[in-house]
Design a protein around this ligand. Sequence first.
Ligand code: TXA
Ligand code: MG
Length: 345
Amino acid sequence: METIIKRIEKNFNKKELEEAAQILQEGGLVAFPTETVYGLGGNAFDSSASKKIYRAKGRPSDNPLIVHIADIDDMNKVADYIPDAAYQLGKVFWPGPLTMILKKKESVPYETTGGLDTVAIRIPRNEVARELIKMSRTYIAAPSANTSGRPSPTNVGHVIEDLDGKVDMIIDGGKSTIGLESTIIDLTSEKPVILRPGFITKEEIEKIIGPVEELEDKVENEVAKAPGMKYKHYAPKAELVIYDGEQKKIEVAINIVVKEKIRAGKRVGIIATMESKPFYEQGIVKAIGTRADEETIASGLFNILREFDQLDVEYIYSESFNGNKLGHAIMNRMLKAAGYKVIRV
Ligand code: TXA
Ligand code: MG
């Protein structure tokens, strides 16, 4: 299939999205930018479009898709029995990086929800995404626009790498500003549960709706709460190992292991920060961002994993990023990418 690649600038004219909207109406697939990561969109009410999404990503079909809407008043077009908490959270955090799990309406096909009676819903903040949803005159099922198992895409190059030739159109809307997928909260259980941490934190959510639970980041908890979580995620081609502990000790330990690997003839990468980069002696050293602004670390994570893939390194050693607000979400992704390989120093 020939994939159309279309650049849309910030001050775009709606007309530029007409072709994309039409593709969606006709059951085709369009990858589009959002503030979290790029999404691979199809008509959420069209089961064959959802099937195409799974095929293009190589995604297991029991891993449900997020339905993207453009207006909070449209929640009841895809969900039933909507609790007050959903409206309260939507008013504060939408449009934005929050996904809510609600009971699905009958009209939402099981192909879209991976066979579940619940549906995930989000309103993205990105203007191109929101305008595209409105113009499609339907709602858009969209997982992250990467091949299943690879790091999520935060710029159009990442999407092209994975999906060129497999989808009808890819919209280039520049870099994803946040760079981590949305926070997911399940509102169908007695007590709300955060299934995936993200830019919007537990504390911020609790200020609005009171106490919520959070799935602990443990391998055994991964089994089937958010069905997607049991699958391998974000994995770079290299073996990724995370070092945790005091910063200076981490630098010493990474220098030692890198030296050993290089002596054994291996290609090695290091995930450092602007601050720590000068302290590493060998290997390919990349700064993920600056510790002075953890948002740079969040938005740099998936990109740095893909850069190391392109450099064909065999091992990646990374510092830990347990920052204040976003550390939890960043480490959640890193631990998955590393298959939970952590060395404490
Ligand atoms: O930021 C985001 O959420 C991005 C952009 C494109 O909006 N999308 C995204 O989609 O990250 P995806 O498919 O890569 O991740 C969705 C996650 C999966 O782990 C899936 O299992 C979970 O949400 N999920 C979807 N529907 C669910 C449901 N009904 N119940 C529990 N988990 C659900
Ligand atoms: Mg994904």
